[in-house]
Design a protein around this ligand. Structure first.
Ligand SMILES: Nc1ncnc2c1ncn2[C@@H]1O[C@H](COP(=O)(O)OP(=O)(O)O)[C@@H](O)[C@H]1O
Ligand SMILES: [Mg+2]
Length: 254
């Protein structure tokens, strides 16, 4: 349902070279890789916040360049890394913005929109913050609010760039559980850039490991998280075992 074909991208220097990735509908993907390996750039290309002439992106059989922003917002919600919001909106206003692609131009949000926004806030533990100004929140609270907005958008695809990087471990798990539920119950395709290899292994179906301007390895966690690959990509000696309860791959540092 999402295809990246022969995509290359450069700022001053080349960041991505000949990327080919297929994302299947309804799966949970994580994108991993060291700092500067192009993860954010890749997500921004998918979200149409960057453009490259070298390569093609196809979303639900349409070329991304042909999809209008409002249409795209009905198909894909995006949680980008920088969550700075300039204006003094309340949390509730921010989450309601997720409903905008669904509200016709000359009307305002309905009770149904309010209810969807409320559910998204409750699911991300931001309901208590609803009347606060976004600018008064901590980084972690703000991160939960932008995830709530993405959930309220009710799209088939959610892209997230390091959505749990500012959260304490409790809220990390809460957001990951919420994303997993959306993935399992509503068949929403999740594509999340994460740093924590163990959390990625615990939640995803498929991992994409970026390194040296390309996809170094992709596959199920067992295929990607090997001693040799992690040594090569992160320069680390690791011990790989399995979580005794979940049987998911678990990495320990030496
Ligand atoms: N706006 C920009 N202008 C110039 N270079 C950039 C810009 N954004 C990112 N880069 C460079 O592109 C490379 C990849 O960045 P990025 O995609 O943000 O990596 P990641 O998210 O994996 O840490 C880095 O070397 C970074 O310095
Ligand atoms: Mg990044």
């Amino acid at each position: 349902m999402i295809e990246i074909n022969n995509m290359s991208f450069s700022f001053e220097q080349e960041v991505l070279r000949n990327i080919n990735i297929k994302f299947e509908s309804g799966k949970f993907y994580t994108i991993l890789g060291p700092n500067g390996s192009g993860k954010t750039t890749l997500l921004r290309l998918l979200a149409k916040s960057l453009h490259s002439d070298k390569g093609k992106i196809i979303i639900n059989e349409k070329e991304l360049t042909q999809i209008k922003p409002r249409m795209l917002a009905k198909e894909m919600a995006v949680v980008l890394q920088s969550t700075e919001i300039e204006f003094d909106f309340s949390v509730q206003d921010i989450v309601l913005m997720g409903r905008m692609p669904h509200i016709s131009r000359f009307s305002s949000e309905s009770e149904k929109d309010m209810e969807i926004a409320m559910k998204a806030m409750k699911a991300t533990n931001t309901w208590e913050l609803r009347d606060k100004s976004i600018n008064t929140l901590s980084g972690g609270e703000r991160q939960r609010v932008v995830v709530a907005r993405a959930i309220a958008q009710e799209t088939g695809i959610i892209l997230l760039d390091e959505p749990i990087s500012h959260l304490d471990i409790h809220h990390q798990i809460e957001i990951m559980d919420q994303l997993k539920q959306l993935n399992l119950n509503k068949k929403i395709t999740i594509i999340a850039v994460l740093h924590d290899l163990n959390i990625a292994a615990a939640y995803c179906d498929h991992m994409i490991l970026m390194y040296d301007c390309g996809v170094y390895k992709e596959g199920i966690p067992e295929e990607v998280l090997t001693k040799d690959i992690l040594k090569q990509v992160y320069g680390l000696e690791v011990y790989i075992t399995k979580n005794p309860r979940t049987a998911k791959t678990f990495i320990m540092l030496f």
